[in-house]
Ligand binder design. Structure first.
Ligand SMILES: C[S@@+](CC[C@H](N)C(=O)[O-])C[C@H]1O[C@@H](n2cnc3c(N)ncnc32)[C@H](O)[C@@H]1O
Length: 359
């Protein structure tokens, strides 16, 4: 594909062009291989939850399997359609070598008994005392019941396996949907002059996808975890136009009106309601006027009644202390108070994309 990956001046996405059958087949095979792997790790998670008495009592009513399959298929079709429309090149998930994958899956399985013990006994404060003075209290928890919370190399190493297991191998696909509003924004501009901030970039999966689509964008990723930032640097590799730094979403170390685009993927449901407001305010502050904010996070209650049971049950199984208030949050009001006006929104399987503009 010509366009985003080769040019600096970004062209407007061209009229849809159907991909050759071989390219579609290759995409399908790669995604099937990922889904096959993550269905194994997801089964292990499911077994753990099913065997846990407290979880059984909490009840979980996911949508019927056919519905999940249909929505997953629609998401993968959208992914390929975006390629055909020129929003991004044929995606590479960049999961690393087979050896790396196997060793991470092994680590994921090795950690499961510990995560299950925490789930069973509802323990979520087993995190390093050392880090306590540097981090806000709400951050110091075993989110997802994972060992060390967000604060160790081991946690960063298995994070992507966990998330892909929860999402049936579709986490990267959902993140990639943020590239569509980004492509529309970048169209006709010189990529080098477009400044993007990814708040809570985690292990760098969105930035990695953004680099493949727009290699010259000026991107800054921040996170509160040194170890996740380290993993993100490894994922993206050395590139002069990509920077990472340790910072808090609610106190961004950047001047006002600094970025053309701010992105957050799966951050807001991890934040207490008051911190959500502070982070929204910071996004409004650092965005240039006319700049866009791309927000990807969990589906919310009422978006699709078939998913409400899953959204209600999920935080009890995976220690998500703020998910319950997030799924009830009025996003238009939350971001409106920060000067951000909603332009577009769309559900994406169990997540939702919102695109907002700073007036
Ligand atoms: C669920 S992960 C999402 C990571 C990534 N965006 C993704 O798509 O996978 C949440 C991330 O938010 C980070 N985080 C949580 N609270 C934060 C805050 N107040 N400021 C910056 N990062 C934060 C954590 O360290 C973690 O990397």
């Amino acid at each position: 594909m010509t366009g985003p990956e080769t040019s600096v001046e970004n062209k407007k996405p061209h009229k849809s062009r159907r991909l050759p059958r071989a390219a579609r087949a290759e995409y399908g095979l790669r995604q099937l291989a990922r889904m096959a792997l993550y269905s194994q790790t997801a089964n292990a998670l499911r077994r753990a939850v099913r065997n846990d008495r407290k979880s059984i009592q909490a009840g979980l009513s996911p949508p019927p399997d056919e519905r999940v399959t249909r929505d997953l298929r629609a998401l993968f079709s959208l992914d390929i359609k975006n390629v055909e429309q020129g929003y991004y090149p044929m995606p590479r998930d960049n999961d690393g070598s087979l050896f790396k994958q196997i060793s991470r899956v092994r680590d994921f399985f090795a950690d499961l008994p510990e995560a299950n013990r925490r789930r069973r006994d509802d323990i979520h404060d087993e995190v390093s005392e050392e880090k306590r003075d540097k981090r806000p209290l709400y951050y110091m928890q075993n989110f997802h019941y994972q060992t060390d919370g967000w604060m160790s190399e081991d946690s960063a190493r298995i994070y992507d396996i966990q998330v892909e297991s929860l999402f049936g191998g579709s986490a990267n696909v959902m993140r990639r949907q943020c590239l569509v509003p980004l492509a529309k924004y970048v169209a006709g501009k010189d990529q080098r002059n477009v400044r993007v901030l990814d708040i809570a970039c985690g292990t760098g999966r969105f930035i990695d996808a953004a680099c493949c689509a727009f290699p010259r964008l000026d991107i800054h990723g921040i996170d509160l975890s040194e170890e996740y930032l380290h993993e993100a640097r490894k994922q993206v590799g050395r590139r002069p136009n990509i920077k990472f730094s340790l910072a808090k979403g609610e106190a961004l170390p950047f001047a006002d009106d600094n970025f053309d685009c701010v992105v957050t993927t799966f951050l807001f449901h991890e934040l207490p309601p008051a911190i959500r407001r502070s982070v929204a305010g910071e996004i409004g502050r650092v965005l240039k006027s006319g700049g866009i904010y791309i927000h990807l996070d969990s589906l919310q209650l009422g978006d699709d009644p078939d998913y409400d049971g899953l959204l209600e049950g999920f935080p009890r199984y995976f220690h998500e202390p703020y998910h319950g208030t997030y799924v009830r949050e009025n996003l238009v009001e939350l971001f409106g108070a920060a000067g951000l006006v909603e332009q577009d929104t769309m559900p994406l399987f169990i997540s939702k994309l919102n695109v907002l503009e700073k007036a």
